[in-house]
Write a protein that binds this ligand. Structure first.
Ligand code: MLT
Length: 225
């Protein structure tokens, strides 16, 4: 397994923070964190580990936040995997980077004592695409995902079993990067894999809007696991 080798932020949930401050014992910390939600925040192209922290805080005031920086640079812009052109992915790199991210998330859950079964990935654009890839390839690393402006990362040779996984697809009606057929394709793959999927169309382009946050917050509050 790789080390914790992503530059990242981990912001403990307020109850966990309290225990750290009060120097409570590890057993108590582990128990409390096992009960609380963690959001895995995955930024878009050109972003970094700071970008989605405010989004995570708006989605849940009680979740822990784990926010890594993508390790691939495209003209100096961080991403989570290489692409050949817009929307055309380097499949070999996607496979490698998805495994690397899965290892990081597993390792981080040990280091920071959070529960993978209470971890929801929140990804935007390139971050949503690697989150979808993580769900399809290593479903044991997350309980579900909120995918803002995602596309089909790859077509699996055989469908994974995603029963019990919860996914929100938040798509832009006027998105010039992600076509309607991409969204429908991803929806179909997730549904055929038995995930519990909700699709929300936003009156927007590729950009994230206030309505994305409101809908996601509402979706998440109905699923606080
Ligand atoms: C990607 O490369 O993941 C997609 O084209 C979205 C983007 O980052 O623009």
């Amino acid at each position: 397994m790789t080390q914790i080798n992503f530059k990242h932020h981990f912001i403990p949930s307020p109850p966990l923070q309290q225990h750290i401050t009060n120097n409570f014992n590890q057993k108590q910390r582990t128990k409390d964190n096992n009960d609380s939600l963690t959001l895995l925040l995955l930024h878009g192209t050109g972003g970094n580990e700071d970008d989605l922290i405010p989004v995570g805080q708006m989605l849940s005031s009680s979740a822990s936040l784990l926010s890594p920086r993508g390790k691939v640079l495209e003209n100096g812009m961080p991403r989570f995997f290489k692409r050949l052109s817009e929307g055309v992915f380097d499949m070999e790199d996607l496979k490698f980077r998805t495994k690397e991210l899965a290892d990081f998330v597993k390792e981080a859950s040990n280091t920071y004592s959070f529960n993978l079964n209470k971890t929801i990935a929140v990804g935007f654009s390139n971050g949503a695409n690697i989150a979808a890839s993580l769900l399809l390839s290593y479903p044991e690393t997350i309980k579900g995902a909120i995918l803002f402006r995602a596309m089909v990362p790859f077509i699996p040779d055989s469908l994974p079993v995603l029963s019990g996984k919860q996914v929100l697809l938040s798509a832009g009606t006027f998105d010039p990067i992600v076509s309607k057929s991409q969204i429908e394709g991803l929806l179909k793959i997730l549904q055929k894999s038995d995930a519990d999927v909700t699709l929300k169309w936003q009156q927007s382009g590729h950009n994230l809007t206030q309505k994305d946050i409101l809908d996601s917050k509402h979706w998440l509050s109905g699923r606080l696991l």
